[in-house]
Design a protein around this ligand. Sequence first.
Ligand code: MN
Ligand code: MN
Length: 455
Amino acid sequence: MELKYTRKNVYKEADGKELESIYEFSEGYKKFLDSSKTERGASETARKLAEENGFKPFSFSEKLKHGDKRYFVNRGKNIFLIKVGKEDVEKDGIRIMVAHVDSPRLDLKPNPMYEEAGLCYLKTHYYGGIKKYQWTAMPLALHGVVMLRGGEKKEICVGEDENDPVFYITDLLPHLAAEQSAKTMSKAIDGENLNAVIGGLPEVGDEDEKECVKSAVLKLLNKKYGITEVDFQCSELCFVPAGKARDVGFDGALIASYGHDDKVCAYPEMKAIFDCDSPHTVLAVFADKEEVGSDGTTGMQSKVISDVIETIANSFGANPIEVRYNSKCISADVTAGYDPTYSSAFEKRNSTYISCGAAVSKYTGARGKSSTNDAPAEFMGFIRDIFDDNGVIWQTGELGAIDIGGGGTVAKYIGNLGIDTVDVGVPVLSMHAPYELISKADVYMLYKACLAFCK
Ligand code: MN
Ligand code: MN
């Protein structure tokens, strides 16, 4: 019996076979990342993969049977994957896993387009918590949808193919930045300065001298997508960092990518529901709007998840309240991994570490645990047993040192439904930066954790 607790490094513990599995798993993850830059992208990728895995569309008015596999895409931005097990759902509840698939980015304003000094721009409004200076002077891609008059929907994705152009937000040259450099970091780049350059070729012979570049860009957009300027008012378009997920390090032990938060948890939970052979009924959710408070029809504060649970319960004549109270949930979200370069932001005995496995957070929140789910000891005990019984290497920690800041996840919204919930995720470095860093060992361990939870 070990009297002392020591954190384990997954790479040190792994034998040759497991190391191979870790690297293999990460190839699928990188592909998923590259097709899932927005919540719409992630939901569509998951829907396609669900179809390939034998899942069929779900309806609130259907009666589910044991063995059914269903998917419900909520407004294109939030997907529910359901696998009905043979256990009595009233007594056994549902094994629920929730990750979010929205990530910090730059949304377009409703009237985004203007021209100044020979360049055409789109104005943005940032979405989620970002350090604004990180989003300048780098290649950006444009993703989203535009509704045309009459209901036709145009999908736009420009900047991801290597032959595509990209978009660009300028920063001030250091030679002239004495004033800017004296400002605090949060003020150095103003929110209203996050304007992306989208064109510079004037329309020759345009009467409107002041807006001849804008006219030319609008012509291009109209030719390609049939849109006019007013259509931006009925669109959801955003700029995200252009480019693909990449291995990091000579050994390729890590992955840098846009949107690890929280696709690094969404992918393992999705793979787990596909791969598990479980007697339990399992529900995997890709949530939207987590980065802005989980509100709205596609966020986890919406009633939709209760409706899905109720539909499952009603299918078997089970009491939906009993089903909820007997359900268990993993809120699969990232946490801040210990970063030795910024050690003062962390308490090293209670931090999670890169490559040390799935990160379990009993609570999140800020200051005196404000706004936290705080999983009960009994549920922590349950989670420990299933992870330890199934060879899951896991660790636990807080999101940074006390009073340094804080954060939350969707855990509290699931907890509020009377469902035991705990945060289990992956430690991330440079969270919310355009390019975030994770370990291949940790995303694989989260997959094993999700599989153990479904089992
Ligand atoms: Mn997150
Ligand atoms: Mn986040």
